[in-house]
Design a protein. Structure first.
Length: 217
């Protein structure tokens, strides 16, 4: 499959993307994960991106496009991809459209995950993440806690609250989403690619996406 996942922070893009990778050989591409890994490694990309991410601001479009232009041409993308957290702005979406047409790649559709605002806020403030960059399992202090010692159930690393999960950064991320990313819903509607799902359960959403894919084949 070749799809884009749209949705506010906390809408469950990461969870849905992971579940979808079990459906066929498509790879999950999360710009957030790529950037966090770069920050951890302290490489040049990480140094440039880290300051924006801490505040909950978007990383400049030019930097994101450099990463994605390269990433989408790697071999593992040949079997399909699930874009999680990209594109995030109209310029990114326009550049992606041009890039895909240059590469001769056609998207199946764009998934818009619709989740009520109060659910989003609750999820973001209770979310915790495994600190191990190659694991990054997501936990929730209420519904899916780590071990009583605060360790990851998968890899045993400490489970932490991300810098961008402080209350201030969360509000900034939501405001940035409304201003910069929500307009992509209209953009893809206009392109005839949009398919919205009310997404309270990731499993139901994944089934809905699979049905929609099957109906198009
Ligand atoms: P969220 O949970 O807010 O959806 P992500 O893990 O997708 O978070 O991204 C974390 C941070 O990385 C964002 O707040 C932003 O600073 C940066 N980022 C990720 N993807 C993009 C993108 N496509 N364009 C600009 N910045 C991005
Ligand atoms: Zn872990």
């Amino acid at each position: 499959m070749r799809i884009i996942l749209l949705g506010a922070p906390g809408a469950g893009k990461g969870t849905v993307a992971k579940l979808l990778t079990e459906y066929d050989e498509s790879v999950q591409i999360s710009t957030g994960d790529i950037l966090r890994k770069a920050v951890k490694e302290g490489n040049e990309l990480g140094k440039k991106a880290g300051q924006y991410m801490e505040r909950g601001d978007l990383v400049p479009d030019s930097l994101i496009m450099q990463i994605m232009e390269h990433r989408l041409q790697e071999e593992d993308c040949g079997k399909g991809f699930i874009l999680d957290g990209f594109p995030r702005t109209i310029p990114q979406a326009e550049e992606l459209r041009d890039l895909l047409s240059r590469l001769g790649i056609k998207l199946d559709f764009v998934v818009n995950l619709e989740v009520p605002k109060d659910v989003i806020l609750d999820r973001l403030t209770t979310r915790r993440t495994c600190a191990n960059p190659s694991c990054q399992e997501i936990y929730n202090v209420k519904s899916n806690p780590p071990t009583p010692e605060g360790k990851c159930r998968k890899c045993g690393s400490p489970v932490i609250q991300r810098d961008d999960e402080t209350e201030e950064a969360i509000f900034n991320r939501l405001e940035t989403y409304n201003r910069k990313t929500a307009p992509l819903i209209n953009f893809y509607e206009h392109e005839g690619l949009l398919k919205s799902f009310e997404s309270l359960s990731s499993n139901d959403t994944v089934r809905g996406i699979q049905r929609h894919l099957a109906s198009k084949r």
